[in-house]
Design a protein around this ligand. Structure first.
Ligand SMILES: *[C@@H]1O[C@H](CO)[C@@H](O)[C@H](O)[C@H]1NC(C)=O
Ligand SMILES: *[C@@H]1O[C@H](CO)[C@@H](O)[C@H](O)[C@H]1NC(C)=O
Ligand SMILES: *[C@@H]1O[C@H](CO)[C@@H](O)[C@H](O)[C@H]1NC(C)=O
Length: 260
């Protein structure tokens, strides 16, 4: 009998879900069959807005795409009594959330990491908005979106979705994200605490660090990046995001929307 260390159990569970999706297209696994939004299990009420980890997904600043994240520990094809895989993944890859310790040394020292994410922020009512396609997310754009005070969770659907950037293996630095002034405007004029975006960073490339510093300054905002908003219509939803409980500066995150 193979007995993998307890440490791996979490990784293994994560893996089992992924592997099951690939190898059981029918029957009781029908919930996993529609990887790209046609999720039939709950009459389409649940929309999976998580990207599947795949080799053709981009990795930040890389031309080569995502490395394989799952490898073999034990295989039934090799006479083991179980299939048991190993997960090795960059925490800021795929659909993931950023912790304050990602850009602040003081938060790193204080352990304000992915294990400390506020689940109240990551789960609750929220809104999906369409961002005008000819611009990054600036203060002007945010003003024009007229997101009411009190709205705490907003997923921004942008040109990135139209360009299918999460399906292009080569990292695309011209993706749409928040400018510095957009980030500051959001902090000063809205109650948004969960910020979702449809590419690997909430900050546009030209303002990569300054925008992260603004959002993570008070450790009250959680950026969720690399979301799959392909089949999502703008509107109000229940948003549920559950990051892996890691002592790390970010964490792979499963996110779903539920229609009202
Ligand atoms: C079992 O693991 C092997 C090796 O990792 C893999 O090739 C195979 O697809 C797995 N089978 C199932 C049903 O998960
Ligand atoms: C699996 O077990 C069978 C029967 O014990 C043996 O003949 C075979 O060589 C084993 N295969 C591997 C890959 O270990
Ligand atoms: C957004 O900003 C990036 C620089 O980070 C730029 O390359 C891109 O063209 C801008 N996109 C739009 C739609 O203005």
């Amino acid at each position: 009998m193979d007995s993998p260390p307890a440490l791996l159990t979490c990784a293994v569970l994560f893996t089992i879900l992924t592997v099951a999706a690939a190898s059981h297209p029918a029957s009781s696994f029908s919930a996993f069959a529609g990887q790209y939004g046609n999720n039939v299990f709950d009459n389409g009420r649940i929309i999976d807005i998580t990207h599947e980890y795949r080799r053709t997904m981009p990795a930040f600043m890389s031309k080569r795409g995502m490395p394989s994240v799952v490898s073999e520990l034990y295989s039934m094809r090799k006479n083991s009594s179980t299939n048991n895989s190993f997960l090795k993944v960059a925490v800021h890859s795929g659909t993931h959330a950023d912790a304050p310790s990602h850009v602040y040394l003081k938060y790193l020292d204080q352990g304000v990491d992915a294990d400390a994410f506020n689940l109240e922020v990551l789960n609750g009512r929220g809104t999906v908005v369409d961002v005008p396609r000819d611009t990054n997310i600036t203060a002007e754009v945010l003003k024009s979106l007229k997101i009411p005070r009190g709205v705490q969770r907003v997923l921004f659907r942008t040109l990135n979705t139209d360009r299918h950037l999460m399906y292009k293996k080569e990292f695309e630095s011209s993706y749409v994200g928040f400018t510095k002034d957009g980030a500051q405007w959001l902090v000063d004029n809205t109650d948004i605490k969960l910020i979702g975006l449809d590419y690997l960073s909430v900050a546009r490339m030209a303002d990569l660090i300054p925008t992260h510093l603004i959002f993570l300054a008070k450790a009250d905002i959680i950026p969720v990046e690399g979301l799959n908003l392909d089949d999502v219509k703008p509107g109000n939803y229940m948003i549920n995001c559950l990051p892996l409980r890691l002592h790390a500066d970010g964490a792979p995150t499963r996110c779903i929307l539920t229609k009202d």
